[in-house]
Design a protein around this ligand. Structure first.
Ligand code: MN
Length: 359
């Protein structure tokens, strides 16, 4: 109920009479409903979750503390959504918001054509204004997801041997996370070895690990709906070369600089610059071609981001990744990623796995 009250406050501030929520994570955040399909129709007086027959019992149970009532929609969902909006507005002119980053054109059109007197106004990141600041319960769920990933990594280390394929490593990591209590992965695991590690999002292949190669693993768990995100880079079955060690130390120094300097009140752009400055000063700025990090929660990537362009001021309660990297085509890549919470007086780093190139 508290989230619905806060959301209605946002509606007032945005001069909206009502709002249609379609993004699954926003739907879950506001109503508690975890099913895969449904639309929220919210105004000052009413809050309705429209879903289909499969979910009616589950939805009734899940939304009971959230202030929403559950209704079944017809096979043509937008017909029901529009009819509910018309009923709520009783023919009066009103202004309704929707999530423009989620509602696809086909569905927008289906709704728009039936809206008659109501105006549909696009918004971006609207529900995220609430979602970006995590509650203690949300931070606890993310902490648990991060712990699962840390423990899965510790179990995986003895398996990172020459001869294993990238796909086998990804499968083991995902199995270990599940075995430790994860609901699933927060995204498909990235395992990239040798020159392939220069692909920041390398999909695991049948390639076998070879001694002396770099291996980048980027993965995460989902716990109680919340995500973790984690990257470590190691050298497989051999001592690192001087160049591997030098670039690893540079990426680590960039990450440590950001972790030590970031705090509430800074923008995402300013935090990104802390790490980017270290990498650029060493001459590798062009090889760090992605942002320093992103928020996460019910989704693996949420705003605000730590990037060259995000000017959102970070508040206590924002949970984000810090993941600098350097990628050299045909040589390989290095990335190190932790998940941190912005606190009143700095950060808390939730990730505890060691950061060493040699295992
Ligand atoms: Mn990440």
């Amino acid at each position: 109920m508290e989230r619905l009250t806060q959301f209605r406050q946002l509606l007032s501030e945005g001069k909206f009479d009502g709002f249609v929520v379609t993004a699954p994570a926003s739907r879950r955040y506001l109503s508690g409903f975890t099913g895969s399909s449904g639309v929220l129709v919210i105004n000052r007086e009413e809050a309705i979750l429209l879903t289909d027959f499969r979910y009616l019992d589950q939805a009734a149970e899940e939304v009971k503390d959230s202030g929403f009532q559950v209704k079944e929609h017809k096979p043509q969902v937008w017909e029901t959504v529009a009819a509910e909006i018309m009923r709520i507005c009783s023919g009066g002119r009103s202004r309704w918001g929707f999530e423009s980053e989620h509602l696809v054109e086909k569905n927008y059109r289906a709704l728009y054509e039936r809206m008659e007197c109501c105006v549909l106004t696009p918004t971006e990141g609207f529900v995220n204004r609430l979602r970006r600041k995590k509650s203690a319960a949300e931070i606890a769920a993310i902490r648990k997801a991060v712990q699962i990933t840390d423990q899965a990594w510790a179990r995986l280390l003895p398996e990172l041997k020459p001869g294993r394929t990238e796909k086998e490593i990804a499968a083991l990591f995902e199995y270990f996370q599940r075995d430790l209590g994860a609901e699933g992965t927060s995204f498909p695991t990235i395992v990239a070895s040798g020159p392939r590690s220069a692909l920041p999002h390398g999909v695991p292949t049948e390639k076998k690990l070879e001694a002396g190669e770099l291996l980048v693993l980027d993965g995460g768990a989902r716990y109680d709906g919340y995500c973790s995100d984690f990257t470590r880079t190691i050298v497989v079955g051999a001592a690192p070369t001087a160049q591997q060690q030098e670039l690893y130390d540079l990426v680590l120094r960039a990450q440590e600089t950001a972790l030590a300097g970031m705090r509430a009140g800074m923008t995402g752009k300013e935090v990104d610059a802390l790490a980017r400055g270290v990498i650029a000063a060493a001459g590798y700025g062009e090889r760090f071609g992605h942002g320093l990090g992103h928020s996460l929660g019910l989704q693996i990537h949420e705003p605000p981001r730590l990037s060259l362009t995000d000017e959102t001021v970070l508040e206590p309660g924002v949970v984000c990744t810090v993941e600098p990297g350097i990628y050299l085509t045909d040589w390989g890549g290095i990335r190190i990623e932790d998940v941190v919470v912005i606190t009143e007086d700095g950060i808390e780093n939730l990730t505890n796995s060691p950061k060493t190139l040699t295992i």
